[in-house]
Write a protein that binds this ligand. Structure first.
Ligand code: GDP
Ligand code: MG
Length: 171
């Protein structure tokens, strides 16, 4: 299996750290699928079961520095939707213990675009109250359709095997 996976999320949730952890030290193999100019290649993660072409979707979040609802609303234009063409699945990366309207808007856009969304609840290692994780996961998933939900620590590299295991069958 192989496919294009968009990595979406607010600034500083840990997208780059996650990409680095997934790509690791493995040799990158160039995808034989055509790359579109819509996507910026972040890295290629190769596993025995398949390959993830991790891409940024620049049209979706041009204002990296601006964490606001209005920045998210700009996603809702045609150009933004175009940015998701050729994307097989998306990782919506959020910070454990903190869900905000920007995360909701991102899910909404991906959902409307028909892209399967895997929720990555990152930075679980930073959660002081471990008992708060389950209610957070339940609240995040409430009323939203995720292909799967994964608490991970990109920094400590925990939960990534299960994440990849859930992602590859979507491609
Ligand atoms: P991005 O803006 O979404 O690409 O976020 P980065 O990957 O640049 O990460 C932002 C900050 O969060 C950096 O200081 C990372 O080291 C830190 N970070 C990322 N993932 C984790 C994690 O799982 N746990 C902890 N404790 N810190 C993390
Ligand atoms: Mg980054």
């Amino acid at each position: 299996r192989a496919g294009h996976v968009a990595v979406i999320g607010r600034p500083n949730v840990g997208k780059s750290t996650l990409v680095n952890a997934l790509v690791g030290a493995k040799v990158s193999i160039v995808s034989n699928r055509p790359q579109t100019t819509r996507h910026r290649l972040l890295g290629i993660a190769t596993f025995p079961e398949g390959q993830l072409v991790l891409v940024d979707t620049p049209g979706l979040h041009r204002d990296q520095g601006r964490s606001s609802a209005s920045a998210m609303h700009r996603w809702m234009n045609r150009a933004a939707r175009g940015a998701l063409e050729g994307v097989d699945a998306a990782l919506l990366v959020v910070q454990a213990g903190r869900w905000d309207e920007e995360d909701s808007a991102a899910w909404q856009l991906l959902h409307e675009a028909g892209v399967p969304v895997v929720l990555v609840v990152n930075q679980v290692d930073r959660m002081k109250d471990k008992a708060a994780l389950l209610p957070f996961l339940a609240a995040a998933a409430d009323g939203r359709e995720f292909a799967s939900v994964h608490p991970v620590s990109a920094l400590k590299r925990t939960g990534l095997e299960a994440l990849v295991g859930a992602l590859l069958p979507l491609l």
